[in-house]
Write a new protein. Sequence first.
Length: 401
Amino acid sequence: MLINYTLLNEIFRGFHIQRWNDRIRPMDLIEIDKHSHKMLIAYILGKYEESHGQTIDWVSIIQKGIFELFRRIVISDIKSPIYAEIRKNQKVFQKLNEYIYNKLNGIIESSELREEFREFLFSKTGDKDESDRILSASHIYASLWEFKIIELANPNNYQTDRIRTELNNRIVPYEDLIGIQKLMQHHTISNFVDLFGYLRFQYRWAQIPRVPKTSVLGHSLLVAMISYYFARENNSSSKRLYNAFWGGLFHDLPEAVTRDIISPVKSSSQELDDLIKSLEKQLAENEIYPLIENSWIDEIKYFVENEFDNKIQKDGNIQIINSVEEMNEYYNKDEFNPYDGQLIRAADHLSAFLEVWHSCQAGIKTEDMSQAAYKIKEMYKNKILGKLELNRVYTPFHNPC
């Protein structure tokens, strides 16, 4: 399988990595949260470029974005300015990448995924392609967004002006990107970036003591990555992979305006669940969709409405598909815009399982967490979604909680 016990635990380390930890911070700034924000910005930049005639390799953006997180997790102790200097020296950078590859070689069990990661680290393509530029620009803008928080807490620090200048200078080479122009000019889309960023302030399982605390923002990226790899297990078409990743990233977007309502509350009655969905839809219409381009709204709605249903688009209409097997057999083609809600739901559950399992391993556990871990593992012990055998994912996690 592409995703496995050791790799899942390595990715989860992203929730422990502190950013800007040599500065006064009003809150913890976490690596996986920043990376989630970065991928949202990459989506925006890609959509703008695409709308102006550029051909965007979306699968390349997704894959390189995931692999860059792998790299950042391994070298978390290296500060960004030091890393930037290392990148300028190709010989030293090569050595660093060799260290990263060797570190993850035994963690990534899939030979296919190892080879893709090796190519990401060592390919010499010369000039950066459009996906590289979009990801680089997104990375810098996400850092700028974080710096605005740091700046408020460090107004008299002698390094603050220098850091601000450096970050602004680093974004200059990407000002030809339409999305960067709009973001730097505080176009309405920058409010959407802010709104999505606020999901890092919302903690999941907020009423339960847990280590580490995980935000809705970081959780969204974890779900997106797992969904993407689950979709690949089903030999998905490129559009299906696109929908698996971005659908996973956006699946909790309404929580930016409703806050995280825990599952037991939502499922306490069908009437309450229906009411919450209705309110989410209304609030999204009023507070989210006005911030994005009109041409994107239908796609975002496709991601966030009935987000756990398998869907296709045929003859201009959305149709619900009963199973992943049916999707594999009849609709695994880009022309149907296939969306695997069941896979995203499975990824959402796996992400929740990891959140409680890791806390239990750290010695912080409650009865609620134990029940949640047991229930999720039992739910998937005999579950097969198309070609994905979920028992193989859960079996190595012994004694859940």
